[in-house]
Design a protein around this ligand. Structure first.
Ligand SMILES: Nc1c(NC[C@H](O)[C@H](O)[C@H](O)CO)[nH]c(=O)[nH]c1=O
Ligand SMILES: CC(=O)[C@@H](O)COP(=O)(O)O
Length: 159
């Protein structure tokens, strides 16, 4: 498997832009809070590590990943928000509900980003089970929250 024993958060941090004056919104789904909380910590700490100011990070919770798109839109519409990071974890159940949520949130977040011409980052895990989720929220495959924060920073370098 392509991800076996691989740290998926092994990304380049060369040539990152100065984001000391940039304002970020982090929108977090409450579902699977053990996972999304770890994603949030990863994203928040990574933003600070690479130059963002605590006072320039706005955090918002939504009930589930399906609501991330509206949460992102409520943040992206604000003139003083430069980038939005969406964090969630949708775990496959017995039915096709998983498919509809994942597709809806991927499409919804993309539409918000294009509508407001701002980075809106898809930091949503879509694992088959809890173990796969934890592996990507600070486990052996890294932290998708870290990746999402770095992605937001890198996108702000594009004018
Ligand atoms: N099963 C998961 C959900 N389900 C809830 C939906 O996201 C949504 O809140 C509901 O359908 C009402 O609109 N959400 C997750 O984030 N993760 C899941 O595993
Ligand atoms: C992805 C989900 O919404 C999940 O909780 C649904 O589980 P199920 O498909 O077994 O109803």
């Amino acid at each position: 498997m392509s991800t076996a024993l691989k740290n998926l958060s092994d990304f380049s941090t060369a040539n990152l832009p100065d984001v000391s004056q940039k304002r970020f919104a982090i929108v977090v789904a409450e579902w699977n809070t053990e996972v999304t909380g770890a994603l949030y910590t990863g994203a928040y700490d990574t933003l600070l590590k690479y130059g963002a100011q605590e006072s320039n990070i706005v955090s918002v919770q939504v009930p589930g990943s399906f609501e991330l798109s509206l949460g992102a839109q409520k943040m992206a519409v604000k003139a003083d928000i430069d980038a939005v990071i969406c964090l969630g974890c949708v775990i496959q159940g017995e039915t096709r509900h998983f498919d509809f949520i994942c597709q809806a949130v991927a499409d919804g977040i993309t539409n918000v980003s294009l509508k407001y011409n701002k980075p809106v980052i898809f930091g949503v895990l879509t694992p088959n089970n809890q173990e796969q989720a934890m592996d990507r929220a600070g486990g052996k495959h890294g932290n998708k929250g870290d990746e999402a924060a770095i992605t937001a920073i890198k996108m702000l370098a594009i004018n």
